[in-house]
Ligand binder design. Structure first.
Ligand SMILES: Nc1ncnc2c1ncn2[C@@H]1O[C@H](COP(=O)(O)OP(=O)(O)OP(=O)(O)O)[C@@H](O)[C@H]1O
Ligand SMILES: [Mg+2]
Length: 269
C-alpha cells in the first residue's frame, strides 16, 4: 500500500513520523520504501544521505524528469542508519531520496499528464515492499500532487494547534475535490496522527478534541508526545532503537501507530 503523508502546514512532523513509522514496521519484519518528494530532502538526510552525497545520486528530481515507467528503480538506496546488533532492521528500509532541485520539476506542472510522473516511475518497482511512505512538502502544489497521484491513501500529521488543523482540513478537502483529476478516484484520508503533544498544555487538550470532532475515528492513538529525545534522534539522523531508556516509550508509541497503518493496509488488500 502506498501512503502519502501530508499537511498544508510546515513543521507538523510529517518527515519524523515517516522515519519512525518505517522503523516500527521494519522492527516487525516489514519491508518499507520511503519516497522523498520534498526538495528540503529532510527525509533523505535523516536516513543518512546529506547534501554532498546527494549531488551524484539519482533522486526523485531525476526520476520525475525522466518520466519513464519503472525508472524509480535506478534511484532506490538503502537506509544508512547505524544500528549495531540490529542491522537487519535497517536493511528492511529503502529510500528514494530527494535533492533541492526537485523544486525545478514544478515547472512541468500543467503539462499534459505531469501529475502522473511519480506513479509512472514507480510502475512495477515497489511491489516487494509491504508499505510505501511518500513524504510530501507542506504545500498542495505540483510536488504534493505527484505524491497524491501515486498514493492509495493519505496520512495527515498535525500538531494540536489551530493552524495545523486547518492545514490538515485543506489537504482533506483538496483530496475530495481533486482526486478524480489526479486519476485517484478512491484516494482518501486513512488516518490522522497528532504529533508533539504536550499533556501539560490545555491548548493541546482543547485542540485534540477539535481534531476528534473533525476527523472522528480517523484519529489514530496514541498521539506522539513532545520529547527532547525524539528531537535529538531526528537531529542525529538516528533511529529510536539503540538510544536507551529515553526513546523506549517512543518506540512503543510508533509501534501502536504502525498497528493502525497495517490494519489499513490489510483492509485495502
Ligand atoms: N514529537 C516531537 N517531539 C519533539 N520534537 C519534535 C517532535 N516531532 C518533531 N519535532 C521537531 O520538529 C521538527 C520538525 O519536524 P519535521 O521535519 O518532521 O516536520 P515536517 O512536517 O516534516 O516539516 P516540513 O513541513 O518542513 O516538511 C523536527 O526537526 C524536530 O526538531
Ligand atoms: Mg518534512
Amino acid at each position: 500500500m502506498r501512503v502519502a503523508v501530508a499537511n498544508n502546514k510546515g513543521g507538523a512532523g510529517k518527515t519524523t513520523v515517516i522515519a519512525y513509522l518505517a522503523e516500527a514496521l521494519a522492527a516487525r519484519g516489514r519491508r518499507v520504501l520511503a519516497i522523498d518528494m520534498d526538495p528540503q530532502a529532510n527525509l533523505s538526510r535523516r536516513f543518512g544521505y546529506g547534501e554532498a552525497e546527494l549531488v551524484d545520486m539519482v533522486t526523485t528530481a531525476e526520476v520525475v524528469a525522466a518520466n519513464t515507467p519503472g525508472c524509480a528503480a535506478q534511484g532506490i538506496v538503502g537506509c544508512r542508519w547505524s544500528l549495531p546488533g540490529n542491522a537487519e532492521l535497517v536493511e528492511r528500509i529503502d529510500l528514494l531520496p530527494a535533492r533541492y532541485d526537485l523544486e525545478a520539476r514544478v515547472s512541468e506542472a500543467g503539462t499534459l499528464g505531469a501529475h502522473e510522473r511519480l506513479e509512472r516511475a514507480l510502475n512495477g518497482v515497489d511491489e516487494d515492499y509491504d508499505i510505501v511512505l511518500i513524504d510530501c512538502p507542506p504545500a498542495l502544489g505540483h510536488l504534493t500532487q505527484l505524491g497524491l497521484a501515486a498514493a492509495e491513501s493519505v496520512l495527515l500529521v498535525l500538531r494540536p494547534e489551530y493552524d495545523h488543523l486547518q492545514g490538515a482540513i485543506r489537504v482533506r478537502d483538496f483530496i475530495q475535490t481533486y482526486r478524480r483529476h489526479l486519476g485517484r478516484p478512491h484516494l482518501h484520508v486513512a488516518g490522522v496522527i497528532i504529533n508533539e503533544h504536550d499533556r501539560r498544555r490545555g491548548l493541546h487538550h482543547w485542540h485534540t478534541d477539535s481534531v476528534t470532532d473533525t476527523f472522528g475515528t480517523l484519529l489514530w492513538s496514541p498521539p506522539v508526545p513532545s520529547r527532547a529525545a525524539l528531537a535529538e534522534a531526528i537531529d542525529a539522523a538516528a533511529p529510536l532503537h539503540g538510544r536507551g531508556a529515553a526513546t523506549r516509550p517512543l518506540i512503543t508509541v510508533f509501534a501502536a501507530l504502525a498497528d493502525h497503518l497495517e490494519a489499513q493496509a490489510h483492509a485495502a488488500a
